[in-house]
Design a protein around this ligand. Structure first.
Ligand code: UTP
Length: 234
């Protein structure tokens, strides 16, 4: 199967500890024994800090987005380094390049590509372009909620949503460089358009990401608890 996996910068590069990059690299190497992988890394806290400073210096949103893209690509480079010769050596800078990189048989790791979106949208678009079988958005929240669970403790988590329902929930999200939401509205619209099965889940523990992907792609029985997140199914 071809899997497009988005790894949020806020989990991968939280404190720039090499441990997180190594742990993700180990899981990706394991998954690559069975699947083709395109991994899209986010910018995390560093991207947000750079964007805030850029805005204070007078950068407009597009200029700020370009700065965010640079940070996402830096995180991609770090993950490529952790993967060694299992990874395609450069983060592709667009979707067509990602396709060419994938034909190398290596794990493809990329960051952002153009202003006006986040790496969730990159993941959805690259998945649609390359006809992926599954999209996984590994982020810092454990699924899609009826409201921001940090602000509203009574918010409910959805187990399953249709792509249409997902769009309705996230479409009101603020679309500014560095803004926070479980998934960006453009990504939700692309998921609705391409109708590829998608999982939005907590990616803090890469082993759990591995288990969820294994559960989704095989009939594996697990005798431990797996945190499934929210499944988007057409
Ligand atoms: P992220 O994808 O990391 O944003 O891109 P995010 O989802 O807010 O953060 P995490 O990583 O999941 O915590 C960081 C910023 O880079 C720019 C946007 O400004 C985005 O907010 N970006 C990224 C683009 O403009 N285009 C892209 O294709 C990707």
């Amino acid at each position: 199967m071809l899997i497009a996996l988005s790894v949020g910068g806020s989990i991968l590069a939280k404190d720039l500890s090499p441990k997180n990059f190594r742990a993700y690299a180990d899981v990706l190497k394991e998954l690559a024994k069975e699947h083709q992988l395109v991994v899209v890394t986010g910018g995390g806290i560093a991207a947000r800090n750079y964007i805030m400073t850029a805005r204070s210096l007078g950068a407009n949103e597009v200029e700020s987005d370009y700065i965010g893209i640079s940070l996402t690509r830096l995180n991609a480079q770090l993950l490529i380094t952790a993967l060694g010769d299992k990874a395609y050596p450069e983060p592709p800078s667009d979707y067509k390049e990602a396709g060419k990189a994938l034909s190398s048989g290596k794990i493809v790791v990329m960051g952002g590509v153009i202003p006006g979106q986040t790496t969730d949208a990159v993941t959805a678009i690259v998945a649609e372009y390359l006809k992926a079988d599954l999209i996984v958005i590994a982020t810092s929240v454990d699924g899609v909620y009826s409201a921001d669970p940090k602000k509203y403790p009574n918010a409910v988590k959805y187990g399953t949503l249709t792509p249409k329902e997902l769009v309705k929930i996230v479409i009101s999200t603020e679309m500014k460089a560095g803004s926070q939401s479980p998934i960006d509205p453009l990504a939700a619209k692309i998921i609705e358009r391409c109708n590829i099965n998608t999982i939005i889940m907590d990616g803090t523990d890469p082993k759990n990401v591995e288990d969820v992907i294994k559960k989704e792609t095989t009939n594996c029985e697990f005798n431990k608890e797996i945190h499934l997140g929210t499944r988007i199914k057409g």
